[in-house]
Design a protein. Structure first.
Length: 323
């Protein structure tokens, strides 16, 4: 699939919190997937990601020309999903497709092989999209945002609530005003724009994060992740629930956090395996070291099948040495 060129989303309804969404920008391009190709050898991409072929507001989010129907004002149910009057959208039908909706609530997915496509989610205090004990869920071409950057921030844009869902695909989404952009253990995170984080005291801000203990592959590929705070990371692999294994971090444009990348091993814990970090650009738009304290930490370059290759500074194109 392709990154896209910007136009403006048409809203069918602007009742309540959905009115916050008017004028959000989105787009389509017919080029072959940029994620399948290495980024061009350009510098200074952090201030204009799409000029270097990376995701930003011009080529992610709800597709151009989509007419959004407000939930529950204009539509309250469809095949495999319904609005729960307690205050969320429940998706409990296998193979359900949600498309062309503006939802000022959390979406709670408990069924397999669900697709959320071209949906606008605006919520606060909880994930925009929660995924629970399931498989094969796709979230794509959607705009997922909090109400504001502070007390109205989302807990996460997309979150695998128990870390046991498999085969997830999160692609071409525009995610903002969240403590964490995406949190999951298995699947593909590709071509997303994660930016303008949310924060309340006590938060640990992450772009894309994994908590470990699962060995099914996770690929984090060709995203733009800009963390405008001095903690925690743009991409964080942590071993909170077990050893990290089989993760690829490839061709991303990253900036900010305490460190832009956490590589999966806390001091005194078992070594992660199969952590491959390749072709990423670290921008210095927030901090001279990429992150407030450096570009990477907690990466074990001597462990089995761990590699650090061709990662560079965005400002100069110079290689960042293996940690």
């Amino acid at each position: 699939m392709a990154l896209r060129r910007t136009t403006t989303v048409a809203l069918a309804g602007v009742a309540g919190a959905a009115a916050l969404a008017a004028g959000l920008s989105v787009a389509f391009s017919g080029a072959a997937s940029a994620a399948a190709q290495p980024p061009r050898a350009l510098t200074g991409c952090g201030t204009s990601p799409s000029s270097c072929g990376y995701p930003d507001a011009s080529n992610t989010g709800v597709p151009a020309g989509t007419v959004l129907k407000t939930v529950p004002g204009q539509v309250s149910s469809g095949t495999g999903w319904h609005f729960d009057t307690r205050g969320w959208v429940q998706v409990d039908g296998a193979g359900a497709v949600l498309s062309g909706l503006s939802i000022p609530y959390n979406i709670n997915v408990t069924a397999p092989h669900v697709t959320i496509r071209g949906v606008q989610v605006i919520t606060s205090g909880q994930p925009g999209i929660s995924i629970r004990h399931t498989a094969g869920v796709t979230v794509e071409d959607s705009t997922i945002t909090g109400v504001n950057a502070t007390t109205g921030r989302m807990l996460a844009g997309v979150k695998d609530m128990y870390g046991d869902s498999t085969g997830l695909t999160i692609q071409r989404n525009n995610i903002s005003w969240a403590e964490t952009g995406a949190q999951l253990e298995s699947g593909l995170v590709q071509d997303n724009y994660i930016h303008n984080t949310g924060f309340i005291p006590g938060d640990h801000v992450n772009g894309v994060t994994s908590n470990g203990g699962v060995t099914t592959p996770l690929a984090i590929t060709h995203n733009t992740i800009l963390i405008d705070r001095s903690q925690t990371d743009a991409i964080g692999l942590f071993d909170d629930f077990g050893v990290q294994a089989n993760r690829t971090i490839t061709n991303n444009l990253l900036a900010g956090g305490g460190y832009s990348i956490y590589g999966g091993q806390n001091p005194g814990t078992p070594a992660p395996t199969g952590i491959q970090v390749t072709g990423n650009k670290i921008a210095t738009i927030y901090y001279a070291k990429g992150g407030a304290y450096g570009p990477v930490t907690a990466f074990n370059s001597t462990a089995t099948a761990n590699t650090w290759t061709a990662n560079t500074w965005d400002a100069t194109g110079q290689t960042i040495p293996a940690p």
